[in-house]
Unconditional design. Sequence first.
Length: 156
Amino acid sequence: MAKENMSPKQQWYKQIESTHETKRPLLKNCTRAFFVGGVICTIGQAISYFYIYFFRFTEQTSGNPTVATMVFLAMLLTGFGIYDKLGQFSGAGSAVPVTGFGNAVISAAIEHRTEGFVLGVGGNMFKLAGSVILFGVFGAFVIALVKVTLMKLGVV
């Protein structure tokens, strides 16, 4: 709301509100998010190298098992309550990597477990992550459709 459109009472309230507002440590929060996200990605890279070294995957083929392992570890840590504490400490640093997806799926399932496995866990598991899956699959379909069309036309 523009200051000239505010009544004197609204301006007075806005001034009082600004004096009592908690100042957020932006640099500290960004630094935490950067380093925690970096550590999570470093663990993912180590897991990828593990698959390459011990199971003879290539760099191209080690991606899928690495992602599956990272999502599984995030779900396991969420179940034990560790990932939530990490998220409170680091903010977006724990949500940005693929582990945030695993956390979103299992958090909704844990929250509704008292309603039973079918209606509680099964019905609410993808409540948070369902839109990500839906639009990811739809986006991949559209991109594949465009690519196939361009290939048929001889453009690509």
